[in-house]
Ligand binder design. Structure first.
Ligand code: 13P
Length: 339
């Protein structure tokens, strides 16, 4: 019974080529983004910005689910309407980030493990009462000279699996996010090798913790060369490496794979997702979708700048990026859409 409920939530989110909008930046991350644009780093500025997002007219045409932060799921519009209600009325399923961040992993210099399992069962019950229907947990894996270590990969995969099992018990769909970072001079081949090893370990731990693949969403990185690598492969080569890796490592029972953007430009994230769907869509067992934060929000945030007068133009930019990514899911995105 419960499996069917979980499957239905995932199906609803990704119907009509929709995707996820990650708007779950923690307060420190949100403050960093605001500071770089001279926006005050206050609770009211965060509330106003999130109101801008959730009240964007027509957003539910291309966004099926929105990931919220603990502060945001409790907030309301200036007129006193809870954000959760605004989202549901727009046809957008509310979700919640439940990890409490990546902390230094003892004994493993330069590596992190994501925390947040203590008390998670009770927190999930509360989020469910607040209206969340899915959750997110992000693990970060850095690539460097002697990293990632097996210790880091196993610790993070185990935590992801414990989190996912608790979510399914609570009737929430877990978004399982093992992010292999783009930072560094590593090659695409190295990212491919690490991403495949990480995904294999994640699904091994998910199986060990009895997580049903039918009732989860995978949120991986695309397989990319490091940002400072001298060789930057073509869109087609990246599409082939990414989808090849996923086909080898992700069970066909998983309903959807929704990429993070990881610091790629908004347009590049759309181009790359589009290429994957153009080249592979008819052969994929899962929906190949998006769960972007920066690649959907950044242009809108830069236009808003914290000014009430810029709300409409920022909302138009947000709507536009969401539509571009919906088109990319269909393999129908073109550069003309950017004009
Ligand atoms: P980006 O798309 O900005 O990488 O963020 C996705 C996300 O939700 C990170 O947890």
């Amino acid at each position: 019974m419960k499996s069917q409920v979980l499957r239905d939530i995932a199906t609803t989110i990704f119907a009509h080529s929709k995707g996820l909008l990650a708007m779950d930046e923690s307060t420190p991350t949100c403050s960093k983004r605001f500071a770089s644009l001279g926006i005050p780093q206050t609770e009211e500025a965060r509330r106003a910005y999130r109101e801008l997002i959730v009240t964007t007219h027509g957003l539910g045409e291309s966004i099926g689910g929105a990931i919220l932060f603990d502060e945001t799921i409790r907030q309301q519009t200036i007129d006193g309407i809870p954000f959760v209600k605004v989202l549901v009325e727009a046809g957008i399923v509310p979700g919640i980030k439940v990890d409490i961040g990546a902390k230094e992993l003892a004994g493993c210099s330069g590596e992190k493990v994501t925390e947040g399992l203590d008390g998670l069962r009770d927190r999930l019950a509360e989020y469910s009462r607040l209206g969340a229907r899915f959750a997110k947990w992000r693990a970060v894996i850095a690539i460097g000279d002697a990293i990632p270590s097996r210790s880091c990969i196993e610790a993070n995969a185990h935590a992801l699996a414990r989190y996912a099992a608790l979510c399914q018990e609570a009737g929430l769909v877990p978004v399982v996010e093992p992010e292999v970072l783009m930072d560094g001079g590593h090659t695409l081949e190295r990212c491919l090798e690490v991403t495949e090893e990480v995904l294999r370990e994640v699904f091994c731990q998910l199986y060990a913790q009895r997580v049903r693949p039918e009732g989860m969403i995978l949120k991986p990185n695309m397989v990319l060369p490091g940002t400072t690598c001298t060789k930057q492969e073509s869109v087609e080569e990246i599409a082939d490496a990414t989808v090849g890796c996923l086909l080898r490592a992700v069970p066909a029972a998983v309903p959807a794979i929704a990429f993070l953007s990881g610091g790629q430009s908004a347009a590049l994230a759309s181009v790359r997702l589009n290429a994957m769907n153009v080249r592979f869509k008819s052969r994929l067992p899962w929906a190949l979708a998006f769960s972007f934060a920066r690649a959907i929000q950044q242009p809108a945030l830069e236009l808003w700048k914290g000014q009430e007068a810029n709300v409409l133009i920022a909302q138009q930019a947000l709507y536009h990026r969401a539509r571009c990514n919906q088109a990319a899911r269909r393999g129908e995105y073109t550069s003309e859409m950017e004009n």
